[in-house]
Design a protein around this ligand. Structure first.
Ligand code: GAR
Length: 178
């Protein structure tokens, strides 16, 4: 079973759902994440683990890992999840956490990769799916696809289209057989 972590709109979560992948749980770090609505509409269990409800990031991550395990999660997918994961979480899912990122890593890690690539005139830019470690968008690269910088007016849309194709493909390859 797959668990997905989200923070925002959840278009990548939607791509995973539409691909028919076995998602049993979706967790967010903020209760207003629209991704939670998408998950509920698909009949998937949801929970919010917001930092202000916990003593520390580590405690929050530990509870989130336990909740995912209770839902049978073996593979964790970060689909627009905007917090770094701490050791207590990473230890629970060794080599079983993947992230999608809108640049050709190691170029432009962080929360504003598309904007940063545009500012640097990086052509091509692209999309990376990679294993998660304790760093900021570091970890072994599983797949990358280039996206032309121009026309800039459609760059975000073209990057998202590639993410929505690449992420489900990689997750399907990693997914434990039913
Ligand atoms: C996606 O573009 C994803 O690559 C990016 O956040 C967006 C979430 O969109 N993630 C990062 O920048 C991680 N560093 P979504 O909520 O519609 O899937």
């Amino acid at each position: 079973m797959i668990g997905v972590l989200v923070s925002g709109n959840g278009t990548n979560l939607q791509a995973l759902i539409d691909d028919g992948l076995p998602i049993s749980a979706v967790a967010a770090n903020r209760k207003d994440a629209y991704a939670l609505v998408r998950a509920r509409e698909a009949g998937i269990a949801t929970a919010t683990f917001s930092l202000d409800c916990h003593e520390s990031r580590e405690e929050r991550d530990l509870l989130m890992a336990t909740w995912l395990e209770e839902h049978g999660v073996e593979l964790v997918v970060l689909a627009g999840y905007m917090h770094l994961l701490t050791e207590p979480f990473l230890r629970r899912f060794p080599e079983r956490i993947v992230n999608v990122h809108p640049s050709l890593l190691p170029a432009f890690p962080g929360a504003h990769a598309i904007r940063d690539a545009v500012a640097a005139g990086a052509n091509p830019t692209g999309v990376t799916v990679h294993y998660v470690d304790r760093g900021l968008d570091t970890g072994q690269v599983l797949a990358q696809e280039r996206v032309a910088l121009e026309p800039k007016s459609t760059l975000e849309e073209r990057i998202h289209a590639v993410e929505h194709r690449l992420l489900p493909r990689v997750v399907r390859e990693l997914c434990p057989a039913p």
